[in-house]
Each structure stands twice: as C-alpha cells, then as structure tokens.
Design a protein around this ligand. Structure first.
Ligand code: AHM
Ligand code: MG
Length: 349
C-alpha cells in the first residue's frame, strides 16, 4: 500500500508504540537512535568515492584525521550512537569477536542489540549497494547488571525488532516489530526518513533466484537439481526464472522482498555451515521476511528456531517467497530420502 502525506520514521514509531498499553517510549527512542546512526553512515557511504579527490594523503583526510575503512566507521558510529541512550545492557557486532559491554559511565537498559554494521564487504569499494542489519532482543539476565553472552544467544523467535538499512540508489530503512514491515526512504535534502513502503508483503511466489552460481561444483545434488528445475520451468508468462545476484545480502533480499523470489546461501562442500552469520544476518532477515509473509529456513528447519551456540556461527540460508522456499526444501528432503534409500539398499545387498 502506498502511504499518503509525510510520515517521518520518528512519528511512525511513536504512533505504533502508543497503541501498546505497556509502551514506555523507550523502544521508539532506541529506534530513533538507530535511524540517526543510519543517516550518519549513509552520508559517509555516499562520499566514499570522493575521498581521493578531497585530498586523502596516505590514510589521512584533509583535516589530518585518520580515514577509517567504511565498515569500521559504521561499526564505531553504531556503538557511539547506541551506547549512551541507556536502552541496552549489551551489544554484539559482526566486526567484533566478543560481546560489547556498555561503558560504565552510561546507564544500562533492558534491550540487547546485535548488528552487522556494513554488510557486503566485497561491494564496499566499488559503489555497489551495501547495507546495515540490526536485531533487538529483550535481556534475559537480571536488570541493572551488565548484559551477558546469554542475552545475545537467544533464538531468532525472541527478537522484538529487526531491520536493515540499504545504501543503494537511495537510502532506505526497513524494520519490523513482528507484525508488519515498513520501509522508509531517506530524503537527502532534509535528512529525514519518510514512510515510503507501508505493510510490505512479499509475493507468495516469485520468479527470481539469487545465489552465487560460481560455487556450483560444491553444491549438494538436491540444490543442483532445484536450480536446474528453475531454469527449465515456465512461469505464467512462459519464462524460466531470472538469476539476480548482487553479492550484498541486504540488496538481494530487499529486491526479492519487493518482487518475490528466493535468496540462497547454502551449505556446500567448502562451507559445511554456509557463510552467513545466524545472529547478524540470518535471524534479522528471517524475522523481516516472515513478517512480510515469506519463509526462511536452513533447508530443513525454520531459521528463527535455531538455538544459537556461539556469536559468530554461520548457517545455510534459504529465504524469500513462501512457495519458492517450500519447494527448495522439498528438493533437499528428496535428496535425503534418496541417500537413505541407497544406503538401505547397500546394507541389504
Ligand atoms: P560480509 O559479511 O563479509 O559482507 O559477507 C556477507 C556477504 C553477503 O552480503 C552476501 O550475501 C554474501 O556475503 C556474498 O558472498 P559470496 O561473495 O561468497 O557470494
Ligand atoms: Mg555481513
């Protein structure tokens, strides 16, 4: 549905929260802080290519300040923007090995923030879309104390909100608190995120598949058969599926959210648990896609129900339109059955 009028992200969050009787305003305040961090990162991303022209010498900028790599800049911006608000008891970032404690001088809150500050590392230097991903939980450790690893290692079903920021032809912030998914586009002229996509729904079936086909030789047979099937099948217009792969998770999933389709980062012979991180990439994207009416699985099980064991664990990811993800699961299950059948036949002969 297309929104009418100008609805800023702050107003939208406040109005959404006012409908919940237990609301304290804290949640809207922390999402507002996230939106501010997104604006700062967006500005930096947009001038990335200008660094040389504006007088970069060595790794110093014109002011003699050290120029940071964009992903570290995004990581530090998120920390700076989020640690002083008093909302969080602990944070974790894809860029840091361990959990991040809130500095002593700041208040400790009841929420937990996990984020991938700038995803799509291979695209950062070449002006191709990249994104920030975030995931918010309520703490499970006692209030008033510093947060713990246990607060961070909760199942995806426990997320209270998740979102991403896409730095593309325009900057967009998309988030959900579980019921609906909303998209806001940054107006660069006056620096506000305005509601541009209301109650996003992913089509039940798409005709796009997105995965790195260069890894074909490492795939399992069920996945090879599924992709071949998509290339042979005819959709309503008599066309096979289209392949679209940017190599930036946020951009690939955002496109499929709008048009329908499936994004896959599978387990394969080289990477037995896939590449994408459960806590920073799979869970938040799964929450968004499910809230939009789609499906997210590791090929067999629902992503959101995986019990995490470590902060940086990776999982295979099959995510997108309900029909497309269900179909690939059937191919993978069939493969398992074939293997079982062959093993049984061998043992009986
Ligand atoms: P990153 O966290 O180092 O940026 O890696 C994650 C990215 C995803 O955005 C993308 O889906 C995937 O890696 C692409 O990987 P590949 O280059 O193997 O296709
Ligand atoms: Mg990443």
């Amino acid at each position: 549905m297309k929104p009418t009028g100008y609805m800023t992200i702050q107003r939208h969050i406040l109005e959404g929260e006012s409908q919940h009787p237990e609301a304290t305003g804290e949640f809207s305040s922390l999402l507002t802080d996230l939106a501010l961090a997104a604006k700062i990162i967006s500005l930096e991303v947009n001038k990335a290519g200008l660094v040389d022209i504006l007088g970069l010498t060595g790794n110093k900028n014109v002011h003699g300040e050290k120029v940071k790599k964009l992903d570290m800049f995004a990581h530090e911006t998120l920390l700076k923007s989020m640690e002083y608000g008093g909302h969080f008891c602990v944070m974790a970032s894809e860029e840091e090995q361990d959990i991040i404690h809130i500095p002593e001088q700041h208040q400790i809150g009841k929420y937990v923030l996990l984020f991938d500050p700038l995803d799509g590392s291979s695209n950062i230097d070449v002006n191709v879309s990249i994104g920030t991903i975030f995931s918010i939980y309520k703490r499970v450790s006692p209030d008033g104390q510093p947060g713990t690893l246990e607060d961070c290692l909760q199942k995806g079903t426990e997320q209270v909100a998740a979102g991403y920021v896409l730095y593309g032809s325009s900057t967009m912030m998309v988030y959900t608190t579980g019921e609906d998914v909303y998209g806001f586009t940054l107006d660069p002229a006056f620096g506000e995120f305005l509601l541009s996509h209301e109650k996003i729904q992913i089509p039940k079936k798409g005709n796009i598949y997105s995965l790195n086909e260069g890894n074909y030789k490492y795939w399992r047979p069920g996945l090879k058969r599924y992709i071949k099937y998509l290339q042979d099948v005819e959709d309503l217009n008599g066309q096979p599926y289209s392949a679209r792969y940017i190599g930036s998770l946020v951009a690939d999933i955002h496109r499929n959210l709008m048009y329908g389709g499936i994004f896959i980062y599978p387990a394969d012979k080289r990477r037995p648990t896939g590449k994408l991180r459960l806590m920073y990439e799979c869970n938040p994207m799964a929450m968004i896609v499910e809230a939009a009416g789609g499906r997210a699985s590791d090929g067999m099980n629902r992503i959101l129900e995986i019990q995490p064991e470590s902060l940086h664990q990776s999982e295979p990811l099959y995510i997108g339109s309900e029909h497309d993800v269900t179909l690939v699961e059937k191919f993978l299950r069939e493969e398992e059955e074939l293997i079982r059948f062959t093993e049984e036949a061998k043992s009986q002969s």
